[in-house]
Design a protein around this ligand. Structure first.
Ligand code: UDP
Length: 234
């Protein structure tokens, strides 16, 4: 295997699958199965999940909510998704532990770098919820931060597209995929890989990002074996 420890970012939006809202159990179970396969191969797995399938602070603010309260609602949405994933993992025999950046025991255990590392070394999946724990951030930034903190070898960004393109492939049919691109180019070309804060944090701390389509079953395993199924940003 190419990596020993990974941080996998799953978007909340992907979790809703074909539905317009909430959690699609088929998608959830597919993620759980793929994650278990990675830990079965001896890889330590840390996860950060978004909350966009339930609530986003920015859309709350657009409707007149206080932004900070909206973001807190968004962070709670990530906890809901994290509990769902931990449940799906445990149902197939893969132990998992939900850690929360905002203390809310017994829903989850308070997050710390050391708790996360201990959890992974015990063979459990560490699901780190609440993003960064602060408003005005995204779970992309949360996952960049956690990847760096837990000393992951790579941050994997599971999305609905199979990598980074010259333009939005859903809008521009002539767009081509990069196999490899630098942080500088992502920032200069304003490519929508992750938000600028997350990309900058990875750049400053030399955390490689791998963008791939997690909704195609088997892609995570292929990526971990070193097959080219997405785009490497470093
Ligand atoms: N959020 C936050 N701080 C963080 C991470 C997330 O306030 O560190 C809030 C924010 O309101 C965001 C919501 O949680 O809109 C859900 O996260 P995100 O939009 O990143 O989810 P995704 O797009 O991955 O589904």
């Amino acid at each position: 295997m190419k990596y020993n420890r990974i941080l996998l970012k799953l978007s909340g939006e992907s979790l809703m699958g074909q539905q317009g809202y909430g959690i699609d159990t088929q998608r959830l179970n597919s993620y759980a199965a793929q994650i278990k396969q990675a830990t079965d191969n001896g890889i330590q797995v840390g996860i950060v999940i978004g909350g966009g399938n339930i609530f986003r602070g920015l859309s709350g603010a657009a409707k007149g909510f206080d932004r900070v309260k909206g973001d807190q609602m968004g962070m709670l949405a990530t906890v809901i998704n994290s509990l769902a994933l931990s449940s799906a993992l445990e149902a197939i025999g893969q132990p998992a532990k939900v850690l929360t950046a905002i203390p809310m025991f017994p829903i989850g255990y308070p997050y710390s770098k050391w708790e996360a590392i201990k959890t992974m070394k015990e063979g459990k999946v560490a699901i780190m919820s609440c993003g960064t724990g602060s408003p005005y951030f995204t779970t992309d930034t949360g996952s960049a931060l956690r990847a760096i903190e837990i000393e992951a070898d790579v941050m994997l960004k599971g999305t609905r597209v199979d990598g980074v393109y010259t333009a939005d492939p859903e809008k521009d049919p002539s767009a081509t995929k990069f196999d490899h691109i630098t942080y500088e180019e992502v920032l200069a070309r304003n490519l929508k890989v992750m938000d600028i804060t997350a990309t900058a944090l990875c750049k400053e701390n030399h955390m490689p990002i791998y963008v791939f389509n997690m909704d195609i079953e088997g892609n995570l395993a292929k990526m971990l074996k070193g097959e080219n199924v997405g785009t490497l940003v470093d």
